[in-house]
Ligand binder design. Structure first.
Ligand code: ITT
Length: 211
């Protein structure tokens, strides 16, 4: 699925993205290309023997760095990892780093969203501020590391709307928007999203360390 480098002397630097989510690979590849960076971006699927790392950090940045370092050490190539989630003001920033497993089961988007809506059912408009946050880390096999962050501010709807995106997209309405993230096109969402901002902030860092 991923392009392989040949024996050509001018082959681009290989950069591994610590995800099995094809959408993230496409998004970061487009951003690195737009920045004019000659990098061969491949997903963690290219290294099936490398185990997933436990996300034991207590911030998005710590978890992103943990994943990036683990992959860089295991593969001998520079690695990028991101960690993201939804932070709700009235919940003191929760679900935060626990966003993917808020209902107890990792990656059950529907259960996570249903639980959050139930918890917030009595919270009126005007007190439903929230933001998506993303930390993106770059680690080199020699231990060099960088981390950048991006956020998307909005408010939470009372009922899910829209069928696009994933996770909490159907209830997060970005500031200045009348639609939820799940009603935006992928390009519209990438242009304003926490992950889009973090990945775009990473491009000059990739240039600095690998360029
Ligand atoms: P990886 O395989 O790359 O780890 P993931 O989906 O498990 O992807 P993320 O760190 O990207 O992990 O996101 C964690 C959770 O945060 C995710 O399961 C969603 O519930 C929520 N989330 C993050 N970004 C989101 C977005 O853009 N829209 C909606 N929900 C999001």
């Amino acid at each position: 699925m991923q392009p392989r480098t040949g024996g050509h002397p001018a082959r681009p630097t290989r950069l591994i993205l610590a995800t099995r989510n094809a959408g993230k690979i496409t998004e970061l590849r487009a951003i690195l290309e737009a920045a004019g960076l000659d990098v061969e971006l491949v997903g963690a699927d290219a290294y099936p023997d490398v185990p997933d790392v436990k996300e034991t950090g207590v911030t998005f940045a710590e978890n992103a760095l943990l994943k990036a370092h683990a992959l860089a050490q295991a593969t001998g190539h520079p690695a990028v990892a991101d960690d993201s989630g939804l932070c709700v003001d009235v919940l003191g920033g929760a679900p935060g780093i626990f966003s993917a497993r808020w209902s107890g089961t990792h990656g059950n988007d529907q259960a996570n969203l249903d639980l959050l809506l139930a918890q917030l059912s009595d919270v009126p408009d005007g007190h439903r501020a929230a933001h998506f946050a993303c930390a993106a880390a770059l680690a080199l096999p020699d231990g060099t590391e960088r981390v950048v962050e991006g956020t998307l501010d909005g408010t939470l709807r009372h009922t899910p709307t829209g069928t696009g995106g994933f996770g909490y997209d159907p209830i997060l309405q970005p500031l200045g928007e009348t639609r939820t993230c799940a009603e935006l096109t992928p390009d519209e969402k990438n242009a304003i999203s926490h992950r889009g901002k973090a990945f775009r902030a990473l491009a000059p860092v990739v240039r600095e360390l690998l360029g």
